[in-house]
Design a protein around this ligand. Sequence first.
Ligand code: IMP
Ligand code: MG
Length: 175
Amino acid sequence: MLDEIKVLIKEEEIQNRIKEIANDISNDYENEEIILVCILKGATYFAIDLSRKITNNMVLLDFMKVSSYENGATKSTGKINFKLDISQNIENKNVIIVEDIIDSGFTLNYLYDYLKKKNPKTLKICVLLDKKERRKKDIKVDYTGFEIEDKFVVGYGLDYDEKYRNLPYIGYIES
Ligand code: IMP
Ligand code: MG
């Protein structure tokens, strides 16, 4: 049976907001090199679109993968499984962690502490979506796309059991 997806944030709204965040990042770093660390798989669409809109021409991309969900679950287990490390030395570099969504905050808390130990020059966090009311870890997010209510969302990189990542908008499953 096909799930019915309701649109929460339209494609155009997402792209406009990403342009605004890209402008902020371009201004904040001027002509310094930035490494965007995209958290697989959810943040791929966001990180790629964001990188294309940053006018600073020294933007490097890297990838990390962790997971905190069991297959088919819609809530984090709180236990982080490390799957893939970054591929370059970030010591003394400007690093921005790019993530699809912050929910409990466990994932970003873990990633921030992990990357901080590698002694970057600066380390910031950029998320497309923030489910603020569900936060369990107090963590500072530097760039936020949209604050959303406590709904399980899919699309634009976010999945439910690996499905729906390719939707160009953010939606939720009507149940
Ligand atoms: P946290 O560790 O609880 O902050 O969860 C963050 C991770 O959970 C994100 O990287 C997402 O992969 C996943 N996640 C949290 N909320 C949603 C959602 O509504 N839809 C899809 N994935 C989500
Ligand atoms: Mg994720």
